[in-house]
Write a protein that binds this ligand. Structure first.
Ligand SMILES: *[C@@H]1O[C@H](CO)[C@@H](O)[C@H](O)[C@H]1NC(C)=O
Ligand SMILES: *[C@@H]1O[C@H](CO)[C@@H](O)[C@H](O)[C@H]1NC(C)=O
Ligand SMILES: *[C@@H]1O[C@H](CO)[C@@H](O)[C@H](O)[C@H]1NC(C)=O
Ligand SMILES: *[C@@H]1O[C@H](CO)[C@@H](O)[C@H](O)[C@H]1NC(C)=O
Ligand SMILES: *[C@@H]1O[C@H](CO)[C@@H](O)[C@H](O)[C@H]1NC(C)=O
Length: 381
């Protein structure tokens, strides 16, 4: 019974996502309901990039001088969700910009399990009255995939995140989706893992001009063990699933199994979730991790509040043996991590006991979701 409803819900979601209609502007869009009380609109937003990328992607992108200019427009698949009562307001106080991790898509935030009841942060936020925007990173999900994987590096990813923030504030994001114009005063950037690294990079690169007003970085620490493990590389996507990815250059990576994203104790998560995760996994590029060291410096000038949140059983960070195990004790991490946010008006480290790397996908998810919306409310009052 359980797996029947699980596959039925996957099928319904996939059917929804691919029921794409053409808009006059050349955009594509599909209306889908996450729950009956949440209004979601999805579409492909053209994002024009004009960004300098290191010619050697293992250079520090912050100060590399050996660069090439990437000037191109890519379609970025976006899903905008709001509770019905905000839909008529042209000016909104805030919006949450959600960016998923490596080998995931925006579906990380709208996990299609059990009618979106259990693991969809978007559905939770919407029920609590919050507006969210999630997008598929360049090269994954329904976003365009550049033929050259090296177009996807921290600077291009950060430029896309900045584009979203600026266009949410100017009102252009909602109009691009065919909705009435809504201007947002503040953008709360919520990332997971690689998505958190992208926001962290943007904050270092732009300092006081960072286009986000507050950051919540889940699955993210500046631990030496993580950096150490990035040196072992990850399997090329074309080797992981030749059926889907045979044509991708070897800079595109994926993962062979999802074990490390869950706690070691298999009674703390659902086996169905891991199955769905394995079925819907996507790609990333090796260049994010090649340059991950670039975010191990203080984000000078970023003044907004910052929260970093990890699970104590996170096998990518806390239980990563590369550094002889960083102690994921909230007090210890508060002291070591706040050095990376010297100008933040309030840096807070949160450790969720018993949770793994994917804090949205284990049995602790519901409590994490409540905490996230509480934090957003604190930031905006
Ligand atoms: C780039 O800056 C980092 C500090 O952010 C420094 O450690 C590194 O040496 C610099 N690299 C070059 C090539 O200047
Ligand atoms: C999903 O949520 C429902 C309603 O809150 C709950 O009864 C059920 O136990 C949850 N299932 C899982 C697998 O977490
Ligand atoms: C899953 O991948 C990890 C490496 O990330 C590996 O150590 C482990 O043996 C794999 N597990 C299975 C069941 O394939
Ligand atoms: C959990 O792991 C144990 C030991 O590896 C195994 O015997 C058991 O079948 C697993 N349970 C589930 C639900 O996967
Ligand atoms: C800092 O932020 C945390 C989390 O939002 C909050 O609980 C705490 O009260 C804040 N501290 C100050 C001094 O504002």
């Amino acid at each position: 019974m359980k797996s029947l409803s699980f596959f039925a819900s996957l099928a319904a979601f996939v059917a929804d996502v691919f029921r794409v209609v053409a808009l006059p502007s050349g955009l594509t869009s599909t209306d889908q309901s996450i729950t009956s009380s949440c209004q979601c609109t999805a579409g492909n937003i053209p994002v024009a990039l004009d960004v300098d990328l290191p010619l050697d992607p293992t250079d520090d992108p912050i100060n590399s001088t050996n660069t090439r200019n990437l000037r191109a427009t890519f379609g970025i698949h976006t899903i905008f969700c709001q509770p019905p009562h905000t839909a008529t307001r042209s000016s909104q106080d805030h919006v949450q910009l959600l960016l998923h991790g490596s080998t995931y898509t925006s579906q990380y935030w709208t996990w299609p399990f059990n009618g979106f009841q259990n693991y969809s942060y978007v559905a939770h936020a919407c029920a609590e009255g919050h507006i969210t925007v999630a997008y598929d990173a360049l090269g994954v999900g329904l976003s365009d995939r550049p033929s050259n994987s090296a177009d996807i590096q921290l600077p291009s990813a950060a430029a896309i995140a900045a584009f979203f923030s600026h266009h949410l504030k100017s009102g252009e994001l909602t109009t691009s989706l065919g909705l009435p114009t809504q201007r947002f005063k503040r953008v709360i950037a919520i990332g997971h893992s690689q998505g958190s690294v992208v926001y962290n990079y943007a904050s270092i690169f732009q300092g006081s001009k960072t286009p986000f007003d507050a950051l919540i970085l889940t699955g993210h620490l500046h631990d030496p063990g993580f950096l150490e493990s990035t040196k072992f590389g990850r399997p090329a996507a074309r080797d992981v699933d030749p059926g889907r990815w045979a044509n991708l250059d070897p800079g595109y990576i994926s993962s062979s199994n999802r074990t490390q994203y869950y706690p070691p104790d298999n009674s703390t998560f659902s086996a169905d979730i891991v199955k769905l995760d394995q079925l819907t996994k996507d790609v990333s590029t090796v260049y994010y991790t090649d340059a991950a060291f670039a975010v191990y410096v203080p984000a000078k000038g970023f003044k907004g509040p910052v929260v970093q949140l990890v699970g104590s059983e996170d096998q990518v960070h806390c239980l990563n043996g590369g550094d002889g195990f960083v102690s994921c004790n909230a007090k210890v991490l508060q002291a070591s991590e706040e050095a990376f946010w010297p100008d933040s008006k309030n840096f807070t480290m949160v450790v969720r006991q018993g949770q793994g790397h994917d804090v949205n996908l284990d049995f602790g998810a519901a409590e994490t979701f409540s905490l996230l919306t509480e934090l957003v409310e604190q930031f905006t009052h």
